[in-house]
Design a protein around this ligand. Structure first.
Ligand code: KIV
Ligand code: ZN
Length: 500
């Protein structure tokens, strides 16, 4: 059996499905190019039938990247496949990922169907997709809860129909590692065409019980040769298996004898880019890419590490692209230093965009001593709001202990200036009340989180908000050294997304 594991990245499909993580096409292209530099084999670029935005992103990503296979998701439905074929027309290497639920609960409740009919639909979808592309991956949704004997019949039928990869998702994150490994082994032993390599098995594990990576590894150890993963493990609910964990497990445990094409030094910049563009913080203790992943705080550990890093460190941070010696950017740093840092973080800007980012950088550097990678990613993404109809012109707030907060706000709405003031129960309340006297809509703030990007009282605060309007939830984001301004910007970001 081959000792090469193919990495199938679904950050832009399963990851991007997460509420609040949506990217526009330009941002998706940026992520896709970074994934290409990282060395992934397959990029799942979207679910083209689901929206014109997804359709368009698959087209543009197909044009923008060269080496990875571009994959488009479909249901086992001819129209989905037709649209995916159209979206993939510019891809240099293309794959259709089609499939259907195979567990008894999916068959009964989702499809009101029978096991035999599901096999027929699966085969028909693979045969139909094969008319247009050579590389067809089949997914057996909820395979984790599908009994092995029936699953083997489904997989055997689709392999005969021409599937080149069969994806065995643990859609609900339910399986135990032993159970999932045994499932892959059972399929390897009972389905013709798998051990010969005519078709390879893929893992696609969700993290609902915190076992996604363990299950993926169990799958690999039992014969799977593709792993479906996302950067930072983002994805539906508790997320998907994280790319960086699988890549580094295989690198640290060389004895397993399975290699990937991942350039591990690109892992950290890719993690930062995805976190920043998707406004999705990485938990500090996240394996490999969390802020504390290489921080030794206890005295005993520090003592050991100072004597010899091997005492407590199994990975050299440089191997995942964390360079402690990287130049610190300050108000005295020039264009070239900023450009270099942006490139390290996977961002190429036009000269004009670089000039604008540099101006914003200098302004921020006047307010903060040291500019972090997160600050830079935020600044580089700042002109994402340039096309917004509503912009914050100014905000002035008076607040303090024993006084009621008062805010005055100026908005620019499609070029016209609007001003208002209000008092409130704290500075954010006052500012949002003032905002609402200009934007007179029935909106309710549902969620409000403030997070400092790293540390220090001069740090940039990131605000995530969720606002309900007309029965829909809208997610907004703002970042500023002033948290009241960041909050108002996040609120305005939500309003700019309202369906008219
Ligand atoms: O989790 C899942 O089952 C999926 C499939 C659509 C591949 O994401
Ligand atoms: Zn999934």
């Amino acid at each position: 059996m081959s000792d090469r594991l193919f990495i199938f990245d679904t950050t832009l499909r399963d990851g991007e499905q997460v509420p609040g993580c949506q990217l526009n096409t330009v941002e998706k292209i940026q992520v896709a190019k970074q994934l290409e530099a990282l060395g992934v084999d397959v990029i799942e670029a979207g679910f083209p039938v689901s929206s014109p935005g997804d359709f368009n992103s698959v087209i543009e990503i197909s044009k923008a990247v060269t080496w990875p296979t571009i994959c488009a998701l479909t249901r086992a439905v001819e129209r989905d496949i037709d649209i995916a074929v159209e979206a993939l027309k510019y891809a240099k290497h293309k794959r259709i990922h089609t499939g259907i639920g195979t567990s008894d609960s999916h068959i009964k409740f989702k499809f009101n169907s029978t096991r035999e009919e599901i096999i027929e639909r699966a085969v028909a979808a693979v045969e139909y997709a094969k008319r247009f592309v050579e590389d067809v991956e089949f997914y057996a949704e909820d395979a984790g809860r599908t009994d092995n004997e029936y699953l083997a019949r489904v997989i055997e039928a689709v392999v005969k129909a021409g599937a080149t990869v069969c994806n065995i998702p643990d859609t609900t994150g339910y399986c135990l590692p032993d159970e999932f490994g045994a499932k892959i082994r059972y399929l390897m032993e009972h389905v013709d065409g798998l051990s010969s390599g005519k078709c390879i098995l893929s893992t696609h594990c969700h993290n609902d019980l915190g076992m996604a990576t363990a299950n993926t590894m169990a799958g690999i150890l039992n014969g799977a040769r593709q792993a479906e993963v996302t950067i930072n493990g983002i994805g539906e609910r508790a997320g998907n298996t994280s790319l960086e964990e699988v890549a580094m497990i295989l690198r640290c445990h060389r004895g397993i004898g399975i290699e990937t094409n991942i350039n591990t030094q690109k892992i950290y910049p890719t993690s930062r880019l995805v976190s920043s563009l998707m406004n999705m913080p990485v938990q500090p203790n996240k394996a490999i890419v969390g802020r504390n992943a290489f921080a030794h705080s206890s005295g005993i550990h520090q003592d050991g590490v100072l004597k010899n890093v091997e005492t407590y460190e199994i990975i050299n941070p440089k191997d995942v692209g964390i360079d402690d010696n990287s130049i610190v950017l300050t108000a005295r740093s020039g264009h070239a230093a900023l450009k270099h840092r942006l490139q390290t973080l996977g961002i190429e800007l036009s000269d004009e965009a670089l000039d604008k980012t540099y101006e914003a950088f200098l302004q921020l550097a006047d307010q903060k001593k040291e500019i972090t990678d997160d600050d830079i990613l935020m600044l580089a993404g700042a002109d994402r709001t340039a096309a917004h109809a509503i912009k914050l012109d100014y905000l002035q707030v008076t607040t303090g202990k024993g006084v009621r907060s008062v805010a005055a706000i100026g908005l620019n709405i499609s070029g016209e200036r609007f001003e208002a003031s209000a008092s409130g129960n704290g500075p954010v309340d006052a500012a949002i009340k003032a905002l609402k006297t200009i934007i007179r809509r029935q909106m309710t703030l549902k969620e409000f989180t403030i997070q400092a990007i790293s540390k220090g009282s001069d740090d940039v605060g990131k605000v995530h908000m969720q606002v309900e309007y007309d029965g829909h939830l809208y997610y907004g984001f703002g970042a500023n050294t002033d948290i009241v301004t960041a909050s108002v910007e996040a609120y305005i970001d939500c309003i700019n997304k309202f369906k008219k």
